[in-house]
Design a protein around this ligand. Structure first.
Ligand SMILES: [Cu+2]
Length: 186
């Protein structure tokens, strides 16, 4: 919807002038416009224990990361490297909500985000029962492999030192959609 609205504004701006005014580009927000690559990375929450598999994804800009959920009630929330198990302080982090309860097999819905830049994206399972984040249910997209000080294992060490996972106040970012492959085995 966002890009459609931006396109409409841009079209009107062009129609309203006979010159190719470069200022019309200000109607677009480049940070919100990403060309999809068609590549989807699937991550399973809860496979072989309380973890993400794979917990370390390398993705290109325009790739989709899609989480599938096994029992019982996992979710996804974005954090940063240094402050695991809590949402970003600026309120911009994505949170999938607790929409994936299942007693067996995969939950009927999945959660997707589009990778919009190459910065590391850290995330955790905010399920407080079982202290999942503290016990290592964290993951990363595009870890900086050149700097071991910011590795997933270091992040996991930090997570283990926290006392409680923060459940973000609002579900936002990404999208919850019907599982495109509900019978797929993992
Ligand atoms: Cu979990």
């Amino acid at each position: 919807m966002y890009s459609f609205g931006a396109f409409t504004i841009l079209s009107q701006a062009i129609a309203a002038t006979t010159s190719a005014a470069p200022t019309t580009t200000t109607a677009r927000d480049a940070s919100k416009t990403v060309t999809l690559t068609g590549v989807t990375h699937s991550v399973v929450a809860g496979l072989a224990g309380l973890q993400f598999d794979p917990d370390n994804v390398v993705a290109e800009i325009g790739d989709i990361v899609e989480w599938h959920f096994l029992p019982k009630n996992h979710s996804i929330a974005q954090s940063n490297f240094a402050e695991p198990c809590q949402p970003l302080a600026d309120g911009t982090s994505f949170f999938a909500g607790f929409n994936f309860v299942t007693q067996q097999n995969q939950a009927p819905d999945v959660f997707q985000i589009v990778v919009k830049d190459k910065k590391p994206i850290w995330y955790y399972c905010p399920q407080q029962t079982g202290s999942l984040c503290q016990n290592g249910m964290v993951g990363v997209i595009n870890q900086n492999f050149d700097n071991p000080a910011f590795s997933l294992s270091k992040h996991r060490d930090l997570a283990a030192k926290t006392t409680v996972s923060i459940i973000p106040p609002v579900q936002q970012g990404g999208q919850v959609i019907a599982n495109p492959n509900p019978l797929g085995g993992f």
